[in-house]
Design a protein around this ligand. Sequence first.
Ligand SMILES: Cc1cc2nc3c(=O)[nH]c(=O)nc-3n(C[C@H](O)[C@H](O)[C@H](O)COP(=O)(O)O)c2cc1C
Ligand code: SF4
Ligand code: SF4
Length: 253
Amino acid sequence: VIVKLTPNVTNIIPPGRAAAKGGADALSLINTINSVMGVDIDTMIPYPNVNGMAAHGGYCGTAVKPIALNMVSELARDAEINIPISGIGGINTWRDAVEFLLLGASNVQVCTAVMHYGYRIVEDMIDGLNNYLDEKGFSSVNEIIGKSVTRVTDWGNLDLNYKTVARVNFDNCIRCNLCHIACEDGAHQCIDFTEIDGLRYPIVDEPECVGCNLCYLVCPAPGAISMIRLDDGSNPTSWRELSSHPPETMTGD
Ligand SMILES: Cc1cc2nc3c(=O)[nH]c(=O)nc-3n(C[C@H](O)[C@H](O)[C@H](O)COP(=O)(O)O)c2cc1C
Ligand code: SF4
Ligand code: SF4
């Protein structure tokens, strides 16, 4: 029996453990995510319009992959769940499949992409996966299953001293200003301007940059912004460590 789990829960661990404890041979996830796709703003009837009424549907496809990867990896790193996991959700290509395998799925299922493009994409996925395994020197797909699981942890264990900043490469910058607007209105107001040969370019005030990546993500010019690591990794500390030894606070005495 393969128990299929819904993602419409706050925490995927309890249903996963319950299925394993109940004797399931394997888990599969995710099913679709409850969603309302939109509202026709002329008729004011939400979609899908079924004789004037709507109900929620199931969201699936590319957009749900990050949610599925998170849930698969959470189950894969749970010590109480030791049954195989079948990964589902937004798999379109062999690369997507590899990501699920690396995060602990021992096989994958494809729904939306096959509905869209037909079964032929499975052949492409098999070819791509085989090439990847050959390139990486693996003789079996089993060798990559779960290989990234130990790289996932709770955020409280991440290194707070891991310091990256954005840096602009003026040679590739097309001076569109998007990074400045994004940092100004959506991040930490630390992209200023500098003038080179009479032209205005963005420049990052590095001590103020928190490395949030926003400017890097909105930049349309390849190679114009790079995220640079500044720390040398020699002094890692996590929120968990910090909060277990809180600094002394002033009492006002
Ligand atoms: C039209 C449609 C019908 C589905 N019907 C079922 C179903 O009957 N039982 C089920 O467990 N999952 C069903 N699913 C969910 C899929 O099996 C899958 O878990 C989900 O769509 C996520 O994968 P995907 O992103 O590859 O589509 C359905 C999905 C779609 C799009
Ligand atoms: S990484 Fe974030 S904080 Fe740093 S410059 Fe870019 S948008 Fe601003
Ligand atoms: S978003 Fe990129 S291309 Fe545009 S100004 Fe900033 S660095 Fe230059």
